[in-house]
Structures are given as structure tokens and as C-alpha cells.
Design a protein around this ligand. Structure first.
Ligand SMILES: NC(=O)C1=CN([C@@H]2O[C@H](COP(=O)(O)OP(=O)(O)OC[C@H]3O[C@@H](n4cnc5c(N)ncnc54)[C@H](O)[C@@H]3O)[C@@H](O)[C@H]2O)C=CC1
Ligand SMILES: O=C(O)C(=O)COP(=O)(O)O
Length: 528
């Protein structure tokens, strides 16, 4: 099968060639499209590759009827409406570490250029002037450097700043004393940074919490000769507040690579001599562009080949080890969910999933998603997938519990799925049998040994001689071939079940006829 992939921002040829050479992908590169142009064509594509330019908003996602995956060749996904993508079941992946070094190096370049007024000096010299007095700078040596956001880039920046002999204060809600000590920085609060830092750089994502994190109130707390650097996201520093702070002499200068609106139009900050700026160039190196494009294109292909993504943004990551351990169980999980939801009367209210045996010590969340997906698909259709299943579980107010028990009744790994509705409670258990693959081993309290595929006819009845014969005859009259049959009972003459695998999908007629047979309580056709 070939998937159509649209690349709507420029990415490196090395990355593109990965998609171009794969039989699974048919690539179209169309960069610089207007939102309207993109909206018109997005419906044809299964995959979309973007950088920071393309705005993947809810409108675009609504028009993207076939889209399965959005690959962000870079880190920041603030140009993608993650909620809309998740609801639509579109997987979003990024390339989180391909441009770390380039962004860190650009930050250092911006800080040194700012401290020595290099852009203005360069401009002046090229205009034919030899003006050595206007461009006196400041040293970085022994200055205090505040790093706000101590993730991949923040840390690389700090490492480089240490070589300049700067004292580094780092603020990040996840930074521990121990890690700070290891890296050789001081863990600090924002107010410590504002009070002490000569240079402040931000390296957080743009979120509700970090939007205008540094604004008028923060500028009022800073040293008057402070200089700021933003190579992370426009909007973390309040641009208008920064403009005012520079005008008022509270801030000596700023180096800005990113803007709230890109490209910035007639931006007041760009009129100030104290501001140096680049047009979002942090990741624009040959090396970073190769790394992010290769990472994203490789991963898109993996997803097309049904291998779980390593860098999913809207789906928890699954390690290679967990992925391998769970792989054989996916089919079983899906089929157990599908069986029990077809068996039970009414809509699920409570779902209980129990993992036993070898599954007790593994991260089973991906299996849980696949069980929930197969249950919800009965009511919501095939657009439910592992990406949006938790969204719909929440939206439908479904309650689910995951339990673990060592007792696997002699099986290596056992999964039990129980659904409670307002009418009843039903459950099925399944395992992987060496050499046989997925098998259903329990339906409610009855022990069975059934395949988890094809068409199953589940019949609950009184345990009476001759009943099996009646069922066989009736199915024969409707030309329904029986592949195999399992029977189970709790006591002689008591309640019993028979489960038949049949070759032909029974239509409503034999089911009603079976239901009308004396001593039969319930008939259910389960399609797997
Ligand atoms: N200018 C450019 O071209 C580039 C910009 N970026 C941007 O740089 C930023 C950082 O990227 P990475 O280091 O790769 O991300 P990361 O995820 O490794 O690090 C971000 C850190 O920010 C911290 N953080 C979150 N909220 C915070 C808050 N309220 N206060 C303090 N810290 C907070 C997180 O705990 C995390 O440690 C992102 O916004 C990314 O989009 C990344 C690459 C290139
Ligand atoms: O990776 C990021 O977050 C960046 O900001 C890089 O953006 P770009 O891919 O250069 O448009």
C-alpha cells in the first residue's frame, strides 16, 4: 500500500530521499502554500511533514480526512493544534533532539553578538565607516547567566557558557539539586535569576504557563544592565513589555530569534539599536536539518509499516523493549475487547482489564488502548484509534480499571476483559498458546479453547440431551457450515454454553430461529 505524503515546509533532501525511495510513500513537496491552498489539497494526503511555518490548525485538520500522521521536522509543535489532531486520531511526531546542538550554538552566537554589538559594527563597516568608539561591548567572563528552561537546549547552552566562565543559574520545575550539581549549575528560582542575572536566556516550550512568562513585572525585578536572549519561542517574553523595558533603560539589550507572529511585520523591537534579531534560524544548519528530516521521515515510514512511533507527541512513548514484549499480544487484546463488547447487552459503563502472568511486570498501556479502541469502535466506528481512544473514553464518561495479578491459571500471560453495563456484566479471557497464537480461554465462568478470529456463534442454553443436534440441523438448513464446537456447563442439567466457529456469517434469520428453539436462552453472533 502506498501512502500520499505532503511536505509543506522545506526539509533536507537527505530526509526527502528516505520517503522518495520507500514503496510505502508517494511524496509531494509544496512549500509556501497559503492556508486556503493547503486546505484545498490536504484531503488527499495520509501524511504531512511540516516545520514551524505551516499552521496546522483545527480548520486544516477538519479538511484532512485521510490524514494519519503529522511529522514535525524539529522540536516545537505549537504550530499544530494537538487537541484537534488527537481528537481526529492523527498521530503527531517530532524530532526532539536533532536540532539541539544547533539551537544551543545559535543561542551562544546571539549572546556573544549581542554583548559585542557585532551586527551593528558589521553593518557600519560595510557602510564604509571605521567607527571604533560606538561599539564598545561587555564581557561574558564571570557574568551571571540565567537559564530559564533546563531541557535539552538549556543544558547544552549552560555547558557552553561554562567555558566562558559564567556563573549559571538554572530554573526548571523538573531540575533537581543533584542534576544541577552534576552539570555544574546552581538550581534557582525565577526571582533569583531576575535579581542576579546579567544575561537571561529562555529555553522552554510555549505553553499556557510560559506565555508572557517574562513580562513587565519580571523586567521590574531585573538588574538594569540585563540582556535577554530568546531562541526558543516568540511569546515567552512579552514583546511589547520588552520594548518598553528597553526604551526605559531597564534592559540593556535583547537577542531575538523567534517572534509571536512570524514573520514579524513592522515590529517595534526591530527599530531598536539594542535589539539584534535573526529570522528563526536556531535550527537552520546543514547538520540539524539533515538530522530532523531523517528522523521524521524514518519514523513516518515506520508508522506506515505499523511500527509504533518512538517520538509521538500525542501518544505516550513505548520503549523498544516494551514494544517487542507486547507485540504478540496486540491482536489478542483487540479481539478480546471486540468479543466482550459484542457479547454484552447495552453500552459499557465500567471496564475492568486484568493482566496476569508475564504481563504483570510490563507496561501494558498500549494493550489497554487497543482493548478500549476495539470496545469503543462498536459504538463510534472505525475512526477510533490508539491516538484518540483516551479522548473518547473521557468524552463518553467511561470508567476503566486496570488490575494486575500473578495468578495466570497456568498460562504464561493472560488478559481478562470485563464489561459492566446497566443490564449485566460479561467477561472473556485470552492468552497466547505456543504454536497456536491467540486463544480465548474463558467466557464468563466457562472454560473454553477458541480461536479469536472468524465468526463465533455463542449460545447459552439448558444442558439437555439432543439440543446440540437441533442447533446443528438448523444451521445446516441455512447452509451454515460449522468449523468447530466447544461446549461448557456448570453442572449436569444446569446452565451451559456452546460456542461454534462457523464458516459463513449468519444473517438474522438463523439467529432468530435459534433463539426460538426451546431451552435456548441467548444467541450471539460474534464477528472477529
Ligand atoms: N529557534 C529555533 O529554531 C529552535 C527553537 N527550539 C525551541 O526551544 C525550546 C526548547 O527546546 P528543547 O530544549 O528541545 O525542549 P525540552 O523539552 O528538552 O526542554 C524544555 C524544558 O522547559 C521546561 N519548562 C517547561 N515549562 C517551564 C516553565 N514554566 N518554566 C521553566 N521551565 C519550563 C521543561 O521542564 C523542559 O525541561 C522549545 O520551545 C523549542 O521549540 C528548538 C529548536 C530550534
Ligand atoms: O524545532 C523547533 O522548535 C524550531 O523552532 C525549529 O523551527 P524550524 O524547523 O526551523 O522552522
Amino acid at each position: 500500500m502506498s501512502y500520499k505524503v505532503l511536505v509543506s515546509d522545506p526539509i533536507s533532501e537527505t530526509g526527502l530521499s528516505i520517503l522518495n525511495e520507500a514503496v510505502e510513500a508517494e511524496v509531494t513537496v509544496k512549500t509556501g502554500l497559503s492556508p486556503e491552498e493547503l486546505q484545498k489539497i490536504i484531503g488527499e494526503y495520509d501524511g504531512l511533514v511540516v516545520r514551524s511555518q505551516t499552521q496546522v490548525d483545527a480548520h486544516l485538520i477538519q479538511a484532512a480526512k485521510r490524514l494519519k500522521i503529522i511529522g514535525r521536522a524539529g522540536v516545537g509543535v505549537d504550530n499544530i493544534d494537538l487537541e484537534a489532531a488527537t481528537k481526529a486520531g492523527i498521530l503527531v511526531i517530532n524530532a526532539p533532539d536533532g536540532n539541539t546542538i544547533s539551537a544551543a550554538e545559535h543561542t551562544m552566537a546571539m549572546m556573544t553578538a549581542l554583548s559585542r554589538k557585532i551586527p551593528a559594527a558589521n553593518q557600519s563597516l560595510k557602510e564604509g565607516k571605521w567607527n571604533r568608539n560606538s561599539f564598545k561591548g561587555v564581557e561574558l567572563f564571570k557574568k551571571t547567566f540565567g537559564v530559564v528552561g533546563f531541557g535539552r537546549i538549556g543544558m547544552e547552552v549552560a555547558k557552553r557558557a561554562k567555558a566562558y566562565n559564567m556563573t549559571i543559574l538554572a530554573y526548571d520545575p523538573f531540575l533537581t539539586e543533584e542534576r544541577a550539581r552534576k552539570v555544574g549549575v546552581k538550581k534557582a528560582e525565577l526571582d533569583d535569576i531576575y535579581a542576579q542575572a546579567d544575561f537571561i536566556t529562555v529555553h522552554t516550550p510555549l505553553t499556557k504557563e510560559t506565555h508572557h512568562l517574562i513580562s513587565t513585572e519580571a523586567f521590574a525585578k531585573m538588574k538594569s544592565e540585563v540582556r535577554l536572549i530568546n531562541c526558543a519561542r516568540g511569546g515567552i517574553i512579552d514583546e511589547m513589555a520588552l520594548y518598553e523595558a528597553i526604551k526605559e533603560g531597564r534592559v540593556a539589550g535583547a537577542a531575538i530569534d523567534v517572534f509571536e507572529h512570524e514573520p514579524p511585520e513592522d515590529h517595534p523591537l526591530l527599530t531598536l539599536d539594542e535589539v539584534i534579531a535573526t529570522p528563526h534560524l536556531g535550527a537552520s544548519t546543514v547538520e540539524a536539518q539533515d538530522k530532523v528530516a531523517v528522523a521524521v521521515c524514518d519514523e513516518i515510514l515506520q508508522v506506515f509499516r505499523n511500527v509504533p512511533a518512538q517520538h509521538a507527541v500525542n501518544l505516550p512513548a513505548v520503549s523498544e523493549q516494551v514494544r517487542k514484549a507486547l507485540e504478540p499480544y496486540y491482536e489478542l487484546s483487540e479481539q478480546l475487547g471486540s468479543t466482550v463488547v459484542q457479547l454484552v447487552k447495552g453500552a459499557p459503563k465500567d471496564i475492568e482489564i486484568t493482566y496476569s502472568g508475564e504481563l504483570t511486570d510490563i507496561e501494558t498501556a498500549p494493550l489497554t488502548r487497543s482493548i478500549l479502541q476495539s470496545i469503543l469502535a462498536k459504538f463510534l466506528g472505525d475512526h477510533i484509534n490508539p491516538v484518540n481512544v483516551n479522548y473518547y473514553v473521557k468524552e463518553k464518561g467511561l470508567i476503566y480499571n486496570v488490575k494486575r495479578t500473578q495468578n495466570s491459571h497456568g498460562f504464561t500471560g493472560l488478559i481478562n476483559v470485563k464489561i459492566s453495563t446497566e443490564h449485566e456484566e460479561r467477561s472473556v479471557s485470552g492468552t497466547l498458546l505456543n504454536g497456536y497464537g491467540p486463544r480465548m480461554v474463558k467466557i464468563d465462568d466457562y472454560t473454553v479453547d477458541l480461536p479469536t478470529e472468524g465468526h463465533l456463534l455463542y449460545i447459552e442454553h439448558h444442558d439437555l440431551p439432543g439440543l446440540i443436534g437441533h442447533v446443528g440441523t438448523l444451521l445446516g438448513q441455512h447452509e451454515i457450515n460449522i468449523g468447530s464446537m466447544q461446549v461448557g456447563r456448570k453442572s449436569i442439567g444446569g446452565r451451559a454454553i456452546m460456542v461454534l466457529t462457523i464458516d459463513k456469517n449468519a444473517n438474522a434469520t438463523p439467529i432468530t430461529a435459534l433463539q426460538n428453539l426451546e431451552h435456548i436462552q441467548e444467541v450471539k453472533l460474534i464477528d472477529l
